[in-house]
Design a binder for this molecule. Structure first.
Ligand code: GLU
Length: 434
């Protein structure tokens, strides 16, 4: 039996990471098994599934390189087929008409009334529910439109889906879905319900907790490969201590056996760290393109003050965590008119002796025969020894010349900024300090 899985989102205009995580797991499973990964757009809610919402969905899939192996299926195109199955179910006695709640006549699916409903979930193990705890449910509304449960199952049957991998908010539905499969005389697929994604408090992760939609991560400058890698680890681990893995490594290692049933905590710090690792390894030309785009979007120059963009990017690229940080972290290398961050100014500059220290170093830097990494380092070290630590010199100078508290190694940074500017900035900051 060759594996056929699908991602079956209901487009709403935003793609939640919990949904796309299901796509990632399906995609990896198909690729690992040499099976097929399909896309079915569950677009029957015509108010929400607008052409723009569908476009957003397809763009997210493309951005994450979740390619699918057959033309996308649009559920709304299958309504006639859904209703034909509904009629068959009615003819065979699996469904009946009823005026539910006085809202007009609906078609209702009959659930078993006795015994226990069971299914084996590939993640959660054996699940069961007493028939008496289930209820008959609507499969065709009084306006003649098929309900999710019916459309979802009929399409899975028609598409020959072998494994349904989806979020565990669907576990309860699965008891219903299996009964529809049986009534249709179709063998139900295997099911794997993925653990819920939760915030630090263990509650379902939502947009109140921070970025929750794929588009937001893209906007903030996360790389698709980093987000992909991170999403795989939300509920799955390779069984060893690897975390950063290429697509190929993930395809080879992925199996449903290692999917965890306990909730997966969304840790933005981990994603940010991972993203930094991916950015550090990015080809320079790709990074440069994004760098320039972000600088331009912030209304900044793209030629650095020293005229050598590559020399600037050498220490900046490996320190970039997300693209959105680029303008704020680099502006001082592109213009003399850069802001000073309040926190490092208060912590590093507004201290006794700092104004004198900065003036002293402006003079010392000016007097150096050559303004090299070695020469500035020696000056700072000598002074640091007298003051009982290099930090007392390094931090104020860094803030003075860059306006921020973090960045490339100080001596490399001084060389990038150049002697004249370093001296001028030290003197200017001395005014702020004093
Ligand atoms: N459209 C449903 C959802 O997005 C489908 C779930 C599924 O069967 O995968 O929740």
């Amino acid at each position: 039996m060759s594996v056929r899985v699908r991602f079956a989102p209901s487009p709403t205009g935003n793609v939640h990471i919990g949904n796309i995580r299901a796509a990632v797991f399906n995609w990896l499973f198909a690729r690992h098994e040499g099976g097929r990964f399909l896309l079915r757009v569950e677009d029957t809610d015509l108010e929400r599934s607008t052409p723009e919402a569908i476009k957003t969905l397809l763009e997210c899939m493309e951005w994450l390189k979740l390619d699918y192996d057959e033309p996308a299926v649009y559920q709304s195109a299958n309504t006639v087929r859904h209703l034909a199955v509904a009629s068959e179910l009615e003819a065979k006695g699996y469904a009946y008409r009823d005026n539910k709640g006085g809202e007009g006549e609906c078609l209702i699916f009959r659930m078993p009334k006795e015994g226990t409903l069971r299914f084996h979930d590939l993640v959660k193990g054996d699940l069961k529910k007493k028939a008496e705890d289930t209820q008959d449910f609507v499969i065709v509304r009084s306006d003649g439109t098929p309900v999710f449960h019916l459309a979802n199952v009929v399409d899975d049957a028609d598409m020959g889906i072998t494994h349904v991998i989806r979020g565990d908010d669907h576990v309860e539905n699965t008891f219903k879905h299996i009964e529809i499969f049986k009534a249709m005389g179709v063998e139900p697929p295997a099911y794997a319900h993925l653990p819920m994604i939760v915030n630090n408090q263990g509650k379902p992760y939502s947009k109140r907790d921070g970025a929750a939609f794929v588009g937001e991560f893209r906007e903030q400058g996360f790389l698709p490969d980093a987000l992909f890698n991170f999403l795989v680890l939300l509920g799955w681990a390779p069984g060893d201590d690897r975390e950063i893995m290429t697509r190929q490594e993930l395809i080879e290692a992925f199996s449903l056996d290692h999917v965890k049933s306990s909730p997966a905590r969304f840790d933005i710090k981990k994603l940010t760290w991972m993203n930094g690792e991916y950015i550090a390894k990015q080809p320079r030309e790709e990074y440069k393109k994004e760098f320039i785009a972000r600088m331009q979007a912030a209304g900044l120059q793209t030629t650095p003050l020293n005229g050598d963009l590559d020399a600037v990017l050498d220490p900046i690229q490996p320190r970039t965590k997300t693209y959105k940080d680029i303008p704020g972290n680099c502006i001082y290398l592109f213009t003399d008119d850069f802001p000073y961050d309040e926190a490092p100014v208060n912590k590093r500059l507004k201290k006794d002796g700092v104004a004198e220290l900065l003036r002293e170093f402006a003079d010392k830097f000016e007097a150096l025969p050559e303004f090299t990494v070695e020469a500035t380092e020696k000056l700072v070290k000598d002074k640091g020894e007298k003051l009982g630590g290099m930090g007392a010199v390094v931090h104020p100078i860094r803030v003075a010349v860059s306006g921020v508290g973090e960045g490339p190694g100080l001596f490399e940074l001084l060389a990038l900024i150049g002697r004249d500017r370093v001296c001028a900035r030290c003197r200017k900051a001395a005014e702020m300090a004093g």
